[in-house]
Design a protein around this ligand. Structure first.
Ligand code: UD1
Length: 323
């Protein structure tokens, strides 16, 4: 297929680009390289452009005649979204509106969107089904939820189908170490702990130890990036086969606390490093675990790497390769 990938130089986008490139698809990546890295794009043609420049992107759509769009580009740092919400509504909501509008204008019928578990907010019990209430507690989650709503309405009005994948906590690197997370100043827990283990940082912080969880730290559902990337490939096959629009959780259905993750990093790497207990980080939910039956049934997604030690091992191996 002829596919547009926005944000294909970023962490998840580069893994999906790798899979779709290996499968022989014809891909154009639009990425302004604000956080993505050129070296992360192993396939496709790169257009270095901002999605807010609608005239340029409009011309690209007219020239390339895409059959599908996978939209990753956006900002993802939760605490930054709390301090700079306008950036998130611009980069996530407004730019998504631009891309969706151009898809409708140019007859691109298949659309895959990077959504997030952050749309659920601080759900009682922390176990999320797609029917759970969506009450985001940070602008990042709100900016993504607004895009889901735009997609829903656009799909109802036009010949346009989408899959929105609500990612839980993506981590690790490609098992063959072809791609991994390069993002400078990344804030993800497993990335930071891997940076400590590989000697790039002296220490890290545990944000909040007074949550209502067994060990007092937040619980998340960590999913290997290759499994998440495969969910995009499966979504594309589903849409290309005439599948209707769906919003689906993408996680493993069980979680680990911050302390458990840090202990696993220390165990897998054999490196000890200080993890200082400090106050809560703004915008963090206590617990987020997916119920992810729908994605397995609907698109046949079958995860292969549901193993925290493997996730950590790939993150650490990648981190060592990066130095
Ligand atoms: C959030 C988003 C997720 C997004 C990700 C990208 C939510 C619910 N989810 O995940 O969609 O893809 O950001 O940035 O908002 N932690 C520490 N020390 C650290 C780093 C993290 O204790 O140095 C803790 C956090 O407080 C949190 C957990 O580890 O409890 C996971 O944090 P992180 O990896 O940043 O992801 P989320 O904030 O859960």
């Amino acid at each position: 297929m002829k596919i547009l990938i926005t944000g294909g130089a970023g962490y998840i986008g580069s893994h999906v680009l790798n899979l779709l490139g290996m499968a022989g698809h014809d891909i154009v990546v639009v990425d302004n390289l604000s956080t993505g890295r050129k070296e992360a794009m192993l396939y496709g043609k790169h257009v270095e452009e901002n999605l807010e420049n609608t005239e340029v992107i409009d011309k690209l759509f007219a020239d390339e005649k895409f059959e599908a769009c996978i939209h990753f580009a956006g900002s993802i740092v939760v605490p930054e979204s709390v301090s700079d919400p306008i950036k998130y509504y611009k980069n996530n909501t407004e730019n998504s509106l631009n891309v969706v509008g151009l898809c409708v204008k140019h007859g691109v019928k298949n659309f895959i969107f990077s959504s997030t578990a952050a749309v659920y907010g601080d759900l009682e019990g922390g176990v999320c089904t797609e029917e759970s209430a969506t009450v985001p507690i940070n602008p990042y989650g709100t900016s993504k939820l607004m895009t889901e709503l735009m997609l829903r309405d656009t799909s109802a009005a036009h010949d346009f189908n989408f899959v929105a994948l609500r990612y839980f906590n993506v981590a690790g690197a490609n098992v063959d170490l072809k791609v991994g997370q390069c993002t400078p100043n990344a804030t993800h827990l497993i990335k930071i702990a891997s940076e400590c283990a590989s000697g790039k940082r002296d220490k890290m912080a545990i944000f909040g130890t007074d949550y209502g969880t067994p060990d007092g730290t937040c619980i998340r559902d960590y999913i290997h990036v290759d499994d998440l990337a495969q969910a995009h490939v499966d979504s594309l096959t589903y849409l290309a086969g005439g599948g209707k629009s769906e919003i689906m959780n993408c996680g493993y259905g069980h979680g680990f606390s911050v302390r458990e993750v840090i202990d696993t990093v220390k165990k897998v790497t054999g490196v000890d490093f200080p993890a200082e207990e400090i106050e809560r980080r703004p915008g963090d939910a206590e617990k987020l675990i997916s119920v992810a039956d729908k994605i397995r049934k609907t698109i046949g997604w079958t995860p292969k790497y549901d193993d925290l030690e493997l996730i950590v091992k790939t993150a650490y191996e990648w981190e060592k390769k990066l130095q």
